[in-house]
Design a protein around this ligand. Structure first.
Ligand code: DAH
Length: 337
């Protein structure tokens, strides 16, 4: 009986140092396993005098049941603790501020490009595109700028090879469209162009919008009407407009179109170089030589064409004095549009 009692006491002592399910498993094996202390005790019952057996058996069994229950109780306690620990370690702090993804915005150049496009589309113009890597033929020759023509010096060209260039203007789209389609045509061609030039008013890549109209009986007055209407929409109806004689190989006659300086209202300032005028467009009546290149009958058809720099118009509209800022991708600048 004493041994049985000490078995229980030693179990109680041992169970004090159980802190994990693994410890508990060891304890269980030590007392209840096949060679465990309680199991061995049960086996010795047969060797004690028969009259003592019932009482001893009962006592060992009570200790066994006690130990079993104690282990079960301890097991569920340890499981609960472990669960709690896991929940705590996996906890998400919902008071932390979320990860912020800033909203993108339309680039100011794209904004002006869509404004320009919308104005011409509302006048019935269709939108066409052409390649940025262009044949010398379309960029120059078909536009009446043969090889070695001095007009090639007007544009600093990036040559890919003798016959391939990065287009220096959107005018080649005129030729590409006219080759594919017959008049009447009313088309604008917006896009990127490239010139080997970089300073406060030039970037190697910039944008132009080309436009042209071909039909029977197109006159210079049509050009004037369309461009005046466009300029009034884009910079305001009160802005004065001036047509000035100029030269382009692909138009004859040619003109440059100025608007009254919007910085000094025509009085003369640094931006307009004291002239009171700002150039915003090149234009003219399409040179019959260009029509001949695409096989149009020059006795039947006439047309006008124009080309403008998008950055230049954006700079005027937003009073920006350095073109390079458009492509520096400084969020402080871009966020303002
Ligand atoms: N392509 C010319 C340039 O980049 C601009 C231009 C002038 C286009 C007159 C035209 C035009 O269509 O008629 O400088």
């Amino acid at each position: 009986m004493e041994e049985i009692l000490s078995l229980k006491n030693s179990f109680l002592e041992d169970s004090k140092s159980v802190n994990s399910l693994a410890d508990l498993q060891q304890l269980k094996v030590k007392y209840l396993g096949k060679k465990g202390l309680v199991t061995s005790k049960l086996k010795t019952l047969s060797s004690i005098p028969p009259e003592l057996r019932p009482a001893s058996g009962k006592a060992v069994n009570e200790v066994k049941v006690y130990i079993e229950e104690e282990i079960k109780r301890k097991e569920s306690l340890l499981k609960q603790e472990e669960h709690k620990r896991r929940i705590l370690s996996e906890a998400i702090d919902i008071t932390l501020p979320g990860k912020f993804t800033p909203f993108g915005r339309e680039h100011p150049i794209n904004k002006i490009l869509s404004e320009i496009t919308d104005i011409f589309v509302s006048m019935g113009f269709a939108v066409e595109e052409g390649p940025e890597v262009e044949l010398d033929y379309y960029n120059f020759e078909a536009l009446n700028i043969p090889k070695n023509h001095p007009a090639r010096d007007m544009q600093d060209t990036f040559y890919i090879s003798d016959e391939v260039v990065l287009r220096t203007h959107t005018s080649p789209v005129q030729v590409r469209v006219m080759e594919r389609k017959n008049p009447p045509l009313k088309v604008i061609a917006p896009g990127k162009v490239y010139r080997c030039d970089a300073d406060i008013s030039h970037t190697p890549m910039f944008h132009q919008v080309e436009g042209f109209m071909v039909d029977t009986d197109i006159a210079f007055s049509d050009l004037k009407g369309v461009l005046e209407s466009f300029i009034h929409s884009i910079v305001g109806i009160e802005t004065p407009i001036r047509f000035r004689p100029s030269f382009f190989p692909f138009t004859e006659p040619s003109a440059e179109i100025d608007i009254g300086c919007i910085f000094c209202s025509g009085e003369g300032c640094r931006v307009c170089k004291t002239t009171g005028w700002l150039e915003i467009l090149g234009a003219g009546m399409i040179n019959p030589k260009v029509f001949e290149m695409v096989g149009y009958d020059t006795d039947v058809y006439s047309g006008f064409a124009f080309g403008m720099g998008v950055e230049r118009i954006a700079m005027l509209k937003y009073s920006i004095d350095d073109i390079r800022i458009f492509f520096e991708n400084d969020m402080r600048f871009l966020k303002q549009f």
